[in-house]
Design a protein around this ligand. Sequence first.
Ligand code: ATP
Ligand code: MG
Length: 570
Amino acid sequence: MKMSNMLISTLREVPAEAEILSHQLMLRAGMMRKLASGVYNFMPLGLRVLRKIEDVVREEMDNAGAQEFLASALLPSELWKESGRWEVFGPEMFKLKDRNEREFCLGPTHEEVFTDIARNEIKSYKQLPVNLYQIQTKYRDERRPRFGVMRSREFIMKDAYSFDKDFDGLDISYEKMYNAYTNVFRRCSLECKAVAADSGAMGGSGSAEFMVKSEIGEDEIAFCTSCDYAANVEKAPSSPEISAKEEMKELQKIETPNVGTIEQLMNFFNTSADKFAKTIIYNVDGKIVAVMVRGDREVNEVKVTNALGGAIEFEMADEKTVYNATSAKIGFAGPIGIKVDYLFVDNEVANMYNFIVGANDTGYHYSNVNYGRDFEGTVGDFRNVIEGEKCPKCGKPLTLARGIEVGHIFKLGTKYSDAMGATFADENGENKPLVMGCYGIGINRTMASIIEQHHDENGIVWPLAVAPYQVVVIPAVSKNENQMKAAEKIYEQLRKIGVDALLDDRNERAGVKFKDADLMGIPIRITVGKKIDEGFVEFKLRDKEEVETINVDSVIDNVREVYKINGLVL
Ligand code: ATP
Ligand code: MG
């Protein structure tokens, strides 16, 4: 591509709307532009990167024996009503009606559609296993779109669905996808870890998320410091700290005016946070749910959701709801006499002695509270694991890190095939439900994650495999005929051997051209300057400081060498 013909939209300033680096750099390098909250246009340069990532994904899916398919993004409500998800999906689903009042949605995911295809097309065990995938646009009305394409409302996903005759077959299909995902992210130069994930209340038997370690990640991951255990904090089981046994003392109601937070309580009672149990009240699909955890712990909403058998809307209760449940202001909730639909009590709280809770009376707390004697509820694991907690696999300490989920693989089992009657005839002619798996990769989120891991103060540093263009040839002075001719020749030679090359033939100063090339993150830069008169050009890699002066005749060999080092063939 000749840059004089290109729509170049680089920005020198950091756009105020962008909080994180990948978002800033995607805007500054002219990769994309915002159209509405969580909705983006991809500019030519950005689209090339998306396509390169898609190509890697496509190759790995094909290698794993999956077959490409393309479903519609406009989906009739009937399918979703069959699976029961028309209501369950909640406000994240974009719903619409056609001119005849028939209901549709813009597909947020495609389990129903692929199950429908399978029930129509797959009749016999002889057709199994099958794995179908697509690379397609998804729509989700996210509660909080943010960080550019990291969490947008329209995004491209590769989603695959496997169909097997039994669970052993599913294990094999799942492992093939696990390996394919590992290859995809390695080829995109993304440092990534597969972690055990929550499979939801109605979920299947296994699930893993591919996480990119990053400060800006919205997920928290627990890793073992000594074995290979890694799990999303949503899922990681906590190991309760068992308090030392004490004699149960007499329950006491104590006046605690203007004392509501754990901090204030610790000062007031002159004791530590582990002597308190807090009672947090939620509104879950119209039901009032109270959850008790130790004063220094956090409620794990996913664990609570699973205990409820699933939830669509999960929010903190408002002041009025809290008042109805406790007859008190926020800050004085407790388990004794509380009026809620569910009371969940974390394991640790059930094992504490003589602790302090809110008295459901504004300005009062109870002390010397004991589970079993003073109140009862559903006891279980309802809190997040913490740094240093015991690994559930080997008992050594866990450490926590933030991560960005770029991919997710999931054993669905027969959840959808049962609901939608997707069966096949087995070897004995008996009808059995198809055993399914589903596998997603966020293409745009992968792109943004690569930038999070590969950038410097001058811009993006694309790995060769996904760079929009791999080489930029820069004549230092475009008006100099010798330089321009030599640059054009190199550019043509590169194109001939299949390199995606740019020729910066714009009438700009060399400094401007270098700045743009760096910002766009082009991996190889070849500068044709004064030394061309002696047959030399400059060769520089985006991720290295050094500028090499090389003979113009060895340019192609040098480029080939860089490809080879990066595991790519030319
Ligand atoms: P999250 O927890 O981040 O909302 P999810 O569990 O809803 O993700 P899946 O339904 O498993 O995501 O979708 C598969 C992949 O699609 C995710 O791993 C992620 O890479 C991508 N993805 C999901 N939601 C978005 C979004 N709003 N914007 C961009 N990519 C997304
Ligand atoms: Mg989501």
